[in-house]
Design a protein around this ligand. Structure first.
Ligand SMILES: Cc1ncc(COP(=O)(O)O)c(C=O)c1O
Length: 489
């Protein structure tokens, strides 16, 4: 019987350092004795002693049979997975491994067009061919929402030979799609559903949050435990359910993307974060939801600001929302999100998670209390008084509504071939007919206009100029002014 109050990895680490063993092994600082005092101030003596390597009794992340295995089994039992694996290079590494598990060179994989760069990275590493599906767009917020079951269904009808479907759920802004329905559709083709659940390691712990991917029937899931619950930065977990995926292949791919010297303090933080969620998770997450809902209510009373919530449920791509992601739309003050971010940081010492053209995003987690939330609301109230202006956003509005959006570019070669082929920079206006070798994305709403391996058309060049002239933010290309573009030579 598994005991969720236990922290097997931390216990094994403490036993090792208490034993008085003289370390003739890595790490070279030898339990802190060789460490420069400057770093000694950063991490105290006990922390440095616990910076250990894979001794027999401390187990091996790549072939676990001792305390790491126990810690991972406890995580699997808590989240309802068949197997769970600790990641020390974030969900990024998890996504690489998940994609490499289901697709190899030339295999098709269905992914949302607004994929995080780690997904594109996984596609490049695997040599797979992406079949892009479009997420829904909320024009009022200028944000991408989820992909709908209908969109997934249509993609599978056109590409029944796809090896799997990858879904981002929930989005950074806490919007969840009808994942259960999507899983049923995809499983109808006998292929796996892979979920980028970077923003959802807490979903399991409140019925007021969207369903977590494993409970919706997903086959492999990566969660950034470090983003939302109490693990150290870089720490994520990959969970899987056997059946439609080959677990030995997943293990092999996890080995491929992770260091042979994983940091034990990071892994211990995952073990402890799991124990914390098992023993107190419900209370902690319910409190975060309550705090976020109170903040939302107060923010929506401030003239010029809007914080979306359950009223969006039922819109295309919005099946449910995670209220702990507090998105504040600031365009009513005549400010861009980036301007509001700077004002909050410099005038009120409030740092948001991110900003985009219309919005700023606050994350409310188990680490917050009414004190922080009250300070955030007070700052927003004051900002709304001191910065209440107007601005003409009509050019951007026009574009987010999708007016003259060009047809999706033709995928000529795989992103991997485009990246590893000979490339050169050419003037953007002369690139008609050439094959793009980089990503070109405009915000809002953050859906790439071009991806590596795609044919550049005159229509796309013209549209990119329209977006630039409207003042949209470009992300991705080496030349961010887009005077030149990287193409396959
Ligand atoms: C949607 C999404 N997927 C994946 C990642 C990568 O996660 P990590 O930073 O844990 O590597 C992020 C990071 O922001 C993300 O937003």
């Amino acid at each position: 019987m598994l005991d969720q109050t236990e922290v097997p990895l931390l216990k094994a680490m403490n036993t090792y350092i208490d034993d008085g063993t003289i370390p003739f092994h890595t790490p070279g600082h030898k339990m802190g004795k060789g460490m420069h005092p400057l770093f000694n101030e950063v991490v105290q003596q006990k922390g440095l002693k616990l910076d250990l390597a894979n001794m027999a009794e401390l187990d091996d992340l790549h072939e676990p049979h001792g305390p790491i295995r126990e810690a991972q089994d406890l995580a699997a039992a808590l989240y309802g997975a068949d197997y769970s694996y600790f990641m020390v290079n974030g969900t990024t590494g998890g996504i690489y491994a998940m994609i490499l598990t289901i697709a190899g060179p030339g295999d098709k994989i269905i992914i949302p067009r607004n994929a995080h760069r780690s997904i594109i990275g996984g596609i490049i590493l695997s040599g797979a061919i992406p079949v892009f599906i479009q997420p829904e767009v909320d024009t009022e917020l200028g944000l991408t929402m989820g992909v709908t079951p209908e969109t997934v269904s249509e993609a599978l009808r056109q590409h029944p030979d796809a090896k799997g479907v990858l879904i981002i759920n929930p989005t950074y802004y806490g919007v969840a799609t009808d994942l259960k329905k999507i899983v049923d559709i995809v499983h109808g083709y006998d292929i796996p559903v892979v979920v980028d659940e970077a923003h959802g390691p807490h979903l399991k712990f409140s019925s007021r949050l969207p369903i977590q991917a494993l409970d919706a029937g997903a086959d492999i899931v990566a969660q950034s435990s470090h983003k939302i619950i109490g693990a150290m930065t870089q720490c994520s977990i990959v969970h899987c359910r056997q059946g439609l995926i080959r677990v030995p292949r997943l293990k092999a791919m996890l080995q491929l993307v992770q260091s042979t010297s994983p940091n034990y303090i990071l892994m211990a933080s995952l073990d402890i974060a799991r124990m914390q969620m098992a023993t107190e998770g419900r209370g902690l997450i319910e409190r975060a939801v309550d705090l976020a809902n109170q903040a939302r209510q107060e923010i929506n009373k401030i003239p010029g600001l809007y914080c979306f919530g359950n009223e969006k449920v039922g819109n295309p791509g919005v099946y449910s929302i995670d209220p702990t992601k507090v998105t504040v739309t600031v365009k009513g003050l005549g400010l861009t999100g980036a301007e509001a971010e700077r004002i909050l940081r410099h005038t009120y010492k409030i740092q948001v998670e991110l900003s985009d053209v219309y919005n700023i995003l606050f994350l409310i987690t188990l680490g917050d209390s009414m004190t922080e939330v009250a300070a955030m609301v007070a700052a927003l109230k004051d900002m709304a008084i001191t910065h209440n202006g107007t601005r003409d956003f009509s050019a951007i509005n026009e574009i987010t509504r999708g007016g003259k959006h060009p047809v999706a570019p033709e995928q000529v070669i795989s992103p991997r071939e485009a990246l590893f082929g000979n490339t050169c920079m050419v003037p953007f206006d002369d690139a008609v007919g050439m094959i793009c070798a980089e990503i070109v994305t405009f915000y809002p709403p953050g859906i790439p206009m071009l991806c590596p391996g795609e044919r550049i058309t005159q229509e796309i060049i013209d549209y990119c100029h329209t977006l630039q002239n409207a003042g949209l933010h470009i992300s991705g290309p080496e030349d961010y002014l887009l005077n030149t573009i990287k193409v396959v030579d």
